[in-house]
Design a protein. Structure first.
Length: 158
């Protein structure tokens, strides 16, 4: 079931995000200091607990176990996906697709004209996933601060 996240979900959300980032980004950045010192479940849990508004637009996939999370920012005529992770043990089971579909329905209900997100150019698995779900490169790119890596904007026109 896809549902709005609650404060009770914070520890699990933090765990999914931290491990999702490690699995996705360590092979790209090869930075163990960030992956294993800066990315910490307790630190992220504390950030969410101290700033509960950060959870307001989060959605989770929960079938008795929270297995995925997606966070959105609503703008004037668009919705930005700013965090999107599925527990690495459960990828390939349609969880990401269900979360994206939920965001699309919500964006249409909010009369958004598009949904967009930023994805690292080297994150080919994520790019393939977004493309398979109707997203396309917008053409906008930017250098990720402090790195030589490029972020790409993907969008879905509604």
């Amino acid at each position: 079931m896809v549902r709005n996240a609650t404060l009770h979900d914070i520890p699990r959300i933090a765990e999914i995000i931290v491990f999702g980032k490690r699995v996705a980004y360590r092979p790209i950045f090869n930075n163990d200091v960030v992956s294993f010192n800066e990315l910490q479940v307790i630190r992220l849990s504390d950030e969410y607990r101290n700033n509960p508004a950060l959870v307001d637009n989060m959605i989770v996939y929960d079938d008795g176990i929270v297995k995925g999370v997606i966070n959105r920012k609503f703008q004037d005529d668009a919705v930005e996906i700013c965090e999107f992770y599925v527990e690495p043990f459960f990828t390939g089971n349609g969880i990401g697709r269900k979360l994206i579909e939920y965001v699309i329905v919500g964006a249409k209900a909010a009369h958004a004209k598009r949904i967009f997100l930023w994805v690292i150019a080297d994150n080919l698995a994520a790019r393939r996933f977004y493309e398979a779900n109707g997203f396309r490169e917008s053409g906008a790119t930017c250098l990720i601060e402090g790195t030589t890596k490029t972020d790409m904007c993907y969008e879905l026109i509604l």
